[in-house]
Design a protein around this ligand. Structure first.
Ligand SMILES: *Cc1c(COP(=O)(O)O)cnc(C)c1O
Length: 455
């Protein structure tokens, strides 16, 4: 029987610095604008929400940012994460492609999110912060920050999108086990939440609304900051540890990817695996095809215009230029809760705009089919989000078969799905459907995009 091949990097080769793509971009990304004045923001504007060290990482153009030693010490618990060659999946597909995946489900929270939760908690503690408020969709980010908060003695308050709160009670229990508080959003706790509930008491919630609630709480209290699990430059930066390790591991395999695939919610696990390779390409190295895969029910990269928009529903955040479905857009309650965000990371949107990456959207049934095939061949049960990347990688492998060429395909298996068994049960019971978004609602959300004239 064919065995999977595992490339385990020695601890001594774990990256000592994160990689910042901004240093190598041919065109700098557009500025972030103040929501009131529509002028470029200054670091001071962000100071109520983030510690200075993270604000600096948000705007830096330096190529390498040292990973603090205490953060590396914690990373060591599960990093370097394994890279596998998916021999049994290749065999099942009958493809000449060489499929590799980086497995981030080995972290305590079960996904790539602790890669940024740990440094964010570290920098907050360095700045004397006592509490962090945040949002979570499927619960992966909330549990990752709860884990990191427990390590650094920081209180964590999580606003969880209501539909996921109801779908995934075990994620909530996990957050509480790590000592965090978890509140279904929209909630009565904040003005933003109360305003939404007044309009629609049974509102299923959205990441945009949960962000508004967390930002509101953080802005009100001196001892409380805000943390975001995706989208922002510093989050993408922290995730590059994934791609940097994969690069060293593929070197061990004496291979190099022709194609890299990642799923995109806010863009962080995708950027994490792809940006170090993209940077190599931009500095004159080997060219690589990079494919972002998103859900057809929330298709920001493939369907959303590239425009300035708010990161949240109540318009408390700065304006960033990104592919967006409009901050008022509420995606349907499909199971990949981590991919239900109206916008896409500004950096991912920018490189898409520059033609440096491709994007495609898949309906959820075909993604679950791909995830089940991975489980049955490689043994790992993937998060519903990761199923999108698997679908993309499988489709590329099948194209290799059609064309009779062997290409190296690398994808990010960004998390396991042990807390998502209801989704799999629904899939096996034939209850899962390919949900689509409401065209009228999308049109309305897009009509509500802010008009920005100063840049
Ligand atoms: C949060 C999450 C995502 C989506 O976020 P990105 O920032 O796009 O990575 C995808 N997969 C998993 C497992 C997640 O937890």
């Amino acid at each position: 029987m064919t065995q999977p091949v595992k490339y385990l990097l020695d601890e001594s080769r774990m990256p000592k610095a994160w990689y910042n793509l901004v240093a190598d971009l041919p065109v700098p990304p557009p500025p972030v604008l103040h929501p009131g004045t529509a002028q470029p923001i200054s670091p001071d504007d962000l100071a109520p929400l983030f510690p200075l060290s993270l604000i600096q990482q948000e705007v830096t153009t330096e190529r390498e940012i040292q990973i603090p030693k205490p953060v590396r010490e914690i990373y060591r618990q599960w990093r370097p994460s394994p890279l596998y060659r998916a021999r049994r999946l290749e065999q099942a597909l009958g493809t000449p492609a060489r499929i590799y995946y980086k497995y981030e489900g080995v972290s305590p929270a079960g996904s790539h999110k602790p890669n940024t939760a740990v440094p964010q908690a570290f920098y907050n503690r360095e700045a004397g912060v006592k509490r962090i408020a945040t949002e979570t969709g499927a619960g992966q980010w909330g549990s990752s920050l709860a884990f990191a908060g427990a390590l650094f003695g920081i209180e964590v308050e999580v606003f969880m999108v209501r539909v996921s709160y109801n779908q995934k009670p075990y994620r909530r229990a996990l957050m509480e086990t790590w000592g965090a508080t978890c509140i279904a959003s929209p909630s009565e706790r904040t003005a933003a939440g109360r305003a939404i509930l007044a309009q629609r008491p049974d509102h299923p919630g959205s990441l945009g609304i949960a962000i508004s609630e967390a930002v509101e709480v953080a802005a009100q209290r001196e001892d409380t900051k805000y943390a975001l699990g995706s989208v922002l430059n510093h989050v993408l930066l922290h995730q590059t540890v994934v791609g940097l390790e994969a690069m060293a591991q593929l070197e061990m395999a004496d291979d190099y990817p022709d194609i890299i695939v990642g799923c995109t919610g806010g863009g962080s696990n995708f950027a994490g695996i792809a940006f170090p390779f993209l940077g190599t390409q931009l500095r004159g190295g080997r060219k690589v095809r990079i494919i972002a895969v998103e859900p057809a029910a929330c298709p920001s990269l493939t369907r959303g215009p590239y425009a300035y928009d708010f990161g949240d529903t109540a318009h408390l955040t700065p304006l960033t230029k990104m592919h967006t479905l409009g901050s008022a857009f509420t995606p349907p309650g499909f199971h990949a809760g981590g991919l239900r965000y109206h916008g896409m990371a500004p950096l991912v949107s920018h490189v898409k705009q520059l033609g440096l990456i491709e994007a495609r959207a898949y309906p959820q049934l075909s993604c679950f089919e791909a995830g089940v095939l991975l489980a049955r061949t490689e043994g790992i049960l993937p998060a519903p989000e990761a199923n999108h990347a698997i679908r993309g990688a499988i489709d590329e492998a099948l194209r290799c078969k059609e064309e009779g060429v062997s290409r190296a395909i690398l994808f990010n298996l960004c998390g396991h799905g042990h807390f998502d068994m209801q989704a799999y049960m629904d899939y096996f019971a034939g209850k899962l459907t390919d949900q689509t978004y409401d065209e009228a609602e999308l049109a309305m959300a897009l009509a509500g995009l802010p008009v920005v004239t100063t840049v």
